[in-house]
Design a protein around this ligand. Sequence first.
Ligand SMILES: Cc1cc2nc3c(=O)[nH]c(=O)nc-3n(C[C@H](O)[C@H](O)[C@H](O)COP(=O)(O)OP(=O)(O)OC[C@H]3O[C@@H](n4cnc5c(N)ncnc54)[C@H](O)[C@@H]3O)c2cc1C
Length: 397
Amino acid sequence: MTQQLITTDVVIIGAGIAGLWLHNRLNNMGFHALLLENNTIGNAQTLSSQGIIHGGTKYALNGILSKATQAIGAMPARWQACLKGTGEVDLSQVKVFSDHQLMWSQEKLSSKMVSFFASKALSSRMQTVAKPERPPLFQHPDFKGALYRLEEPVLDIPSVLRCLVQPWQDRILQIPSESEITWQQNTHGVQSIQIGEYKIQAQQFVLTAGEGNQALLDTLAIKKPKMQRRPLQMVLCKAKDPKQALPAIYAHSLGSGSKPIATITSHFDENGNTVWYIGGNIAEQGVGKSLADISQEAQRLLHDILPWFDFPELKWASHTINRAEPKQSALSRPDTAFVESKNNIHIAWPTKLALAPDLADKVIDALIIQNLVANEHSTPTLPQATIGKPLWDIAFK
Ligand SMILES: Cc1cc2nc3c(=O)[nH]c(=O)nc-3n(C[C@H](O)[C@H](O)[C@H](O)COP(=O)(O)OP(=O)(O)OC[C@H]3O[C@@H](n4cnc5c(N)ncnc54)[C@H](O)[C@@H]3O)c2cc1C
């Protein structure tokens, strides 16, 4: 077998939101970075996400502005600048589904919660929505609860992927899914990787393969950091008759607990029919349930949280997916983007789509500390990777 040599400054493995954001930043800075994908771009967590650019308000429902709330608080403004075309990556062609989310509670909120939401720390992030300004779904006279507006946008993720792929597409390469990566390393770190007939030489290697990071760490015999998987079974529904399409909403339903009972985002299938994508408690607790059981449960839940709404006949689907993150005690949610370096290998999990800019900052800092140099390299001959299909077009089949 003839061997083909490819050279670059940085190899990034895994083209989800983390790898793509970092790849754009590094190439925009004048480095040569290659992004390698063994499936389709975005196919795992990124295209399964709800597209919410959290600012952390959701994590303050227990009445405490935690570390998580503060770390993520700066993210909506960074994404907004990119959406305007003035930020660190150009997202000016992204479809913004909504520039805000809603949060509603059927019951009146406790006075403690009302004053917390009105406090200095939170009042810039959320406001109550006065009756005349409510969207039609919440105009119904039977809705007597509270409605808040969160200044955090919701994006169409396939359009985010298109924007991130376009500028440096010839540096996003498809690698065969079956071939294992072999690492050539000495005591200073990795010099090159071998994938089939290709040998790729680089100064630095970044792992942004989401759940795939674990297998890569195993081939490198790296025992720490460890990864955790937190599974979800998300629920999808749409009107059987597209003429009776569901209204598009981007909203969290609040109960008495510190997590939303349900988070509903709306997406559009290839025929333009609205698909409600439902996360929150139902998805956390729904893992392992049959489609019949979870859809019945979701139907009951929707009638409970929107009792005044006359639902059309619905078609149901579900989607099981793991969140992949650095291991925490008691499988809790990590607070910030995570990067750990072992010589010139950098292991990264954003832990939230919204934290991709924060993750890129942290990886770039780690690369600069290791004296990354920008060199000239020729365009490699491997085929380019392609973007995965939106969930709304495959989940109901
Ligand atoms: C149901 C769900 C909803 C979510 N909603 C939100 C939300 O609304 N807002 C938010 O901020 N966060 C959300 N998240 C979290 C967010 O989606 C993830 O944190 C983020 O997408 C992780 O991105 P990633 O690039 O690290 O991983 P991934 O998107 O999983 O990408 C990893 C990529 O690496 C590739 N890969 C794996 N192994 C290899 C290998 N050996 N070689 C080459 N490539 C490889 C995979 O094919 C994949 O393309 C959600 C998560 C889930 C599961």
